[in-house]
Ligand binder design. Structure first.
Ligand SMILES: [Fe+2]
Ligand SMILES: [Fe+2]
Length: 137
């Protein structure tokens, strides 16, 4: 869902600095797909079964999906910052839960957590630049 939110957002984005923001969204979309890859591989290793149908995504999502209905840069940045803050909480909780009992999942959670923290920082930086630019004009 995070992958799709970024991937589609990068296509429909409108407004000042859209090329810069678009490039970042595309990169995040790639990272989010890699997270899905890591998580589903780990689920299979543990003998589980990843969700088989997109219909199930809504039932099990931690951070939901914000459709890019308003494609203005600032709105998309805010939506994705919210998503990253949620993801940070989710992976932090997963890391805490697995620290002792499951070091492999713990490592994975920390690795993804690092990406999400970086994502959030990147988006906050773009939001700051956007606001400065709009103010100065
Ligand atoms: Fe992610
Ligand atoms: Fe992320």
């Amino acid at each position: 869902m995070a992958h799709y939110q970024y991937w589609l957002g990068a296509k429909v984005i409108k407004g000042p600095m859209k090329d810069n923001v678009m490039a970042e969204l595309v990169q995040h979309a790639t990272d989010e797909m890699r997270h899905a890859d890591l998580v589903s591989n780990r689920i299979i290793q543990l003998g589980g079964e990843p969700l088989l149908s997109p219909e199930e995504w809504y039932k099990h999502t931690n951070c939901g999906y914000d459709p890019p209905a308003d494609a203005y840069v600032r709105v998309l940045l805010e939506q994705n910052i919210k998503g990253e803050q949620c993801a940070i909480d989710v992976y932090q909780a997963l890391a805490q839960k697995t620290r002792e009992a499951d070091p492999v999942t713990y490592e994975m959670a920390i690795q993804i957590l690092n990406d999400e923290v970086e994502h959030e920082e990147d988006l906050q930086g773009l939001l700051e630049d956007l606001d400065l630019m709009v103010q100065r004009h």
